[in-house]
Design a protein around this ligand. Structure first.
Ligand code: MN
Length: 211
């Protein structure tokens, strides 16, 4: 069974004005779509790889033959990263924005001091990632950790592969394709505005299932 491009859980225009409609159309249909197509092409005919879940596939890149390992890393990571990204956003004021509650809020406070401090540190990770990549909040050995990865690397690939290990709880795409049409070179403004569309209910679900 080939991997499929998942539908967005909202309209292309739903994240306006934080993320514009055209960016969402191109980002989902063209960029994410290409990662799915290229991943399927890379593993086509390799039954052992085709039988794996996406998470299992990228969690053990050493099991992928060398000649397609880079393709699986880039396109499997791209598929996993974007599939999560769409889920953890929601329209501003309609599921998006605000603050986490419950266990996740308590863990953020005990780890980073306050929600404001957490946002500052996550924003720094996202701002300082040079070139293309992702900022992450991960659960590693039962603790929350902020970090970033290059390109389409995902923390499930492991620290030895991509410099950050753990289960991703929250991820922010800082590739220029995620923001350039609206924000041009103003990545910090995109990051600041992005908090208004984070779906903390979904993030808390991911946190609970990752514990
Ligand atoms: Mn992207």
């Amino acid at each position: 069974m080939a991997f499929q491009l998942p539908s967005l859980p909202y309209d292309f225009s739903a994240l306006e004005p934080v993320i514009d409609t055209q960016t969402m159309q191109i980002h989902h249909g063209k960029h994410h779509g290409a990662y799915v197509t290229n991943l399927n092409n890379a593993i086509a005919g390799k039954a052992a790889l085709e039988a794996k879940s996406l998470e299992a596939l990228i969690s053990d890149l050493s099991a992928v033959p060398e000649d397609i390992r880079v393709a699986v890393r880039n396109n499997g990571g791209g598929n996993a990263n974007h599939s999560m990204f769409w889920q953890i956003m929601a329209p501003k004021g309609k599921g998006g924005g605000g603050e986490p509650t419950g266990d996740l809020a308590a863990a953020i406070k005990s780890t980073f001091g306050s929600f404001a401090d957490f946002k500052t540190r996550f924003g720094e990770a996202a701002t300082k990632r040079f070139g293309s990549g992702w900022a992450w909040l991960v659960l590693k050995d039962g603790k929350l950790v902020i970090g970033s990865t290059a390109n389409q690397d995902n923390p499930l690939m492991g620290e030895a592969v991509c410099g950050l290990g753990g289960k991703p709880i929250l991820g922010l795409d800082v590739w220029e394709h995620a923001y350039y049409l609206k924000y041009q070179n103003r990545r910090p403004e995109y990051i600041t505005n992005w908090w208004e569309i984070v779906n903390w209910t979904k993030v808390a679900e991911i946190y609970q299932s990752s514990k």
